[in-house]
Unconditional design. Sequence first.
Length: 416
Amino acid sequence: MGARTQVIIKNSNSLHSMNWWRRGWQSRISLCSFSGLVLLLCWISPGQGQTSHRKDIETLRRQIHDLEQKLQKQTQQESQTIEIIDTIDQKISLTKNLLSRLKKEIRSKRRRIDSLKTRRARLADRLTTLQDLIKRRMVNLYKHGQTSALEMLLSAQSINQVRVWAEYQRRLAENDARNLRSYRRRQAQLTRVQRQIENNLQEQVALLQEKQSEEKTLKQDRLAKKKLLRTIRKDKKTYQRQLEDYQRAIQEIQRIIASSEKERLKAQQIEAVKRADLPAGENFSALKGSLPWPVRGKIIRHYGPYKHPVLKTITDNLGIDIQVRLGAEVHAVAAGKVTAITWQRGRGNLVIINHGDGYYTVYTHLNEIFVELNQHVLQGQIIGVVGETGTFDKPVLHFQVWHKFDHMDPETWLRP
């Protein structure tokens, strides 16, 4: 705490009420007393400030804890390597989300602390001003209080002159009392503000410690995943399991699209609500060849059949895989409505956007997601960031385009 904050008035002796007048002549005049100038400084003690709403952070902590228990159980039971990798992927994704929220909370705490320190400085300045004013009044009363009253009584030429002087003294005493109340009130405010600062500082330290711990955990999880990936590079059983997961992922996407199509066709039966839940004026088919890229990067696997490097089997890629930097922002290629947000083994977080007329786009391997289910999005709007799920060596966005139940080559839809 700075010197300005330590507002100390050493003289704590009360100035008891003083009767300035005695009975005399034909009139009785009583003067207001000036009392209660007992100002005692207390060091501001730690207190409990406002607690930030951290429901999302607590939820993420619980989910991470559950995954840690699951991972420990899988390891003990010698589960399939691909299952362990999937659990690690989920834990990495949740840890990164937690870190993101912790960083936001730390920034919020810093802004709050800076604001409170500014307020503390203003209060301390005002208290110093009031302290100096009260000190001067105390000194003046000590030196001239009784003498001035006696001199006035002896030198007054009329009772009216005495009354005017008495009224002035009454108003002066009222002003002194107001200053005293203001001092006490601001001193109490200063105490509360200092307690809030100390409480926020303690919470900030705890958040920073938790952030460092989670960063260490994230690093360990990444190393564990990398080690597991090295062990399965030539494991045909693991790759076969991946292909099975891939087929299940395709079926899940088709199921989601089929459900959305069913709802869309039902809505079309009623003219009054036809396309009411989609942005007006959209014509996705007219955008073919001119759609913006969902993310900038290098295509490492194109649409269509490809030969598996280990199994030597031919597998269809229903979209394109774009290699990007970790945390790259993913944009909606056109306006639409978020139809699904889910998690798939080997794909991580997945978002599907309905663009109307049976057109859909699919975005997988996301880490953070910035949209909600049934939310309307605009072309170019950021819907999330790329994570590090799956068995790729580097971060990848998997992007698909569908028309009803048919998957299409995304490269023919994106601008060159």
